[in-house]
Design a binder for this molecule. Structure first.
Ligand code: SAH
Ligand code: F3S
Length: 472
């Protein structure tokens, strides 16, 4: 059908006043990546984003349930929105993500402020739920899916630097670590079609991005073959003997081959599943970053057994040795939980001694917090007093700080290729970027800009940052 100019004018519909949404994200990179998907889904429906809840028609909180204090923080935030809702009674408040499934009833009944609750696999239904809300009504969709990967959605990048971006390659987790609520809040593990991952990475590169981080709770168990996710593996490979299997190692290689100037990172690796094949791919391509985040959680085999981690102290150490051997100069970071159920002083000391052996570059340290519904909540007592958990965490922190400082001091005099991410907040002449090892590097230059690769010689350091000079 075609129209003349005048016909077009006469049939033009008046422009719809678009709703504005404010979206706040809590928790891990996966949640940031989910918020980018939610933003894309809402913008597609004509919603406009705003940076102020006071200007919004819809306020959405993308939540995290990993530890109790994360949930507490979000509940305080929900209560604080009461004042905003008082000024604007039509305001719609929605809770998205990991708290949704677990707390849907509580959120809707106790916190009368919440109008919509949507789980991590149900974001596509969000626009419809918002539109369908009647005066004072409530809407919930917390169904978990075995297929949803949002593969066709082109996320709206929220990180803002235009240089680094996240790409979600899988969702959910099947590992069932006894302390962890993720398998319950985010559902079963499923891998995303590699073709769509590649297209997303290529598009980012064309738009000027220079680094992508492939995201999954357990990237080493990524698996795709001849047109289906992991759950159909046996069925499809039995029917089609030539089905191409894409493992994490082959996915990493495919993304690295997009362009040598596109850096590739990934997280999270799992000691139970990380193969030498993956390590060899990392070693082979200069643009795959020499950095592995390998959560150890604890240093004693008895604790790791109670945590249901699927490896013991020796196996963890063997994985570290393999990294050191196959990828010289690779930096390693970790996650550690202090004060898990019945942790003895000896077990805690084993955590410290494993740290001493590995010499991590960085560690994320948490005190254990019991999560309802998990294996640990059912099977073990959360019996370590809070003060002991905190003391142990402080000891681990102090040890790590010393180690990070030692490792950074050892970098003084070395030259690194730095991808510039932004100007420093302190001065326009100062640039901030990272080396392949994920260390943050600050240096002064007037010739360079975000997106450039610059060779920098390290001259000074703190435990968190390297400072250097541009090499001519
Ligand atoms: N997929 C990642 C971890 C996801 S959760 C992995 O393979 O380990 C991020 C980190 O939060 C975990 O590594 C763990 O150290 C911490 N964590 C998870 N549940 C916790 C709990 N109940 N209490 C304290 N820390 C927890
Ligand atoms: Fe949680 Fe273990 Fe998976 S920590 S996200 S169940 S690998």
């Amino acid at each position: 059908m075609s129209y003349t100019e005048t016909e077009k004018e006469t049939i033009a519909v008046p422009e719809k006043v678009s709703k504005r949404f404010f979206l706040e994200t809590y928790g891990c990179q996966m949640n940031i990546s989910d918020s980018e998907i939610v933003t894309a889904l809402l913008q597609k429906e004509g919603y406009k984003s705003t940076l102020s809840p006071a200007e919004a028609d819809v306020v959405l909180l993308n939540t995290c349930a990993i530890r109790e204090n994360a949930e507490d923080k979000i509940r305080v935030r929900i209560k604080s929105l009461k004042a905003v809702k008082k000024r604007n009674p039509d305001l719609i408040i929605g809770v998205l993500g990991c708290m949704a499934e677990r707390l849907k009833k509580k959120l809707l009944e106790e916190e009368h402020l919440v109008d919509i609750v949507v789980g991590p696999d149900a974001y596509r239904s969000l626009p419809e739920l918002i539109n369908g809300l009647e005066d004072g009504g409530k809407a919930v969709n917390v169904l978990l899916s075995r297929e949803e990967t949002y593969a066709d959605i082109n996320p709206v990048r929220l990180s803002g630097n235009g240089i680094t971006a996240y790409i979600s390659i899988m969702r959910g987790c099947d590992n069932m670590c006894s302390f962890c609520v993720v398998p319950f809040t985010r559902g079963r593990e499923r891998s995303r079609d590699p073709e769509t991952i590649m297209n997303e990475a290529k598009l980012l590169f064309e738009q000027g991005y220079r680094e992508v981080t492939l995201l999954g709770q357990n990237v080493d168990s990524y698996k795709w073959f001849g047109g289906g996710p992991k759950k159909d593996f046996e069925k499809v490979t039995a029917e089609n003997k030539n089905a191409e299997v894409v493992s994490f190692a082959s996915l990493l290689e495919k993304v690295a081959l997009i362009h040598p100037l596109l850096r590739v990172r990934f997280t999270t690796s799992n000691p139970q599943d990380m193969t030498n094949e993956v390590l060899h791919v990392i070693a082979k391509y200069p643009n795959i970053c020499k950095y592995i985040h390998l959560p150890m959680q604890a240093g004693s085999s008895s604790m790791l057994e109670r945590m249901n981690r699927g490896y013991d102290r020796e196996k963890y150490l063997r994985r570290i040795e393999a990294i050191r051997e196959i990828i010289p100069g690779c930096s390693i970071s970790t996650d550690i939980i202090a004060g898990f159920c019945s942790e003895t002083e000896e077990e805690h000391k084993e955590t410290l001694s494993l740290m001493e052996k590995v010499k991590f570059d960085y560690a994320y340290i948490f005190t254990y917090s019991e999560r309802p519904g998990t294996l640990a909540a059912k099977k073990y007592k959360d019996d370590i007093p809070e003060e002991i958990k905190l003391t142990r965490m402080q000891e681990i922190l102090a040890r790590q700080r010393r180690q990070s400082m030692d490792n950074n001091e050892a970098d003084i005099g070395k030259v690194f290729e730095v991808l510039v991410e932004s100007h420093s907040k302190r001065s326009k002449q100062q640039l901030v970027g990272r080396n392949s090892q994920y260390k943050s590097i600050v240096f002064t230059s007037e010739q360079h800009k975000p997106g450039d690769y610059v060779h920098v010689c390290i001259t000074k350091c703190t435990s968190g940052t390297l400072l250097g000079e541009v090499l001519n």
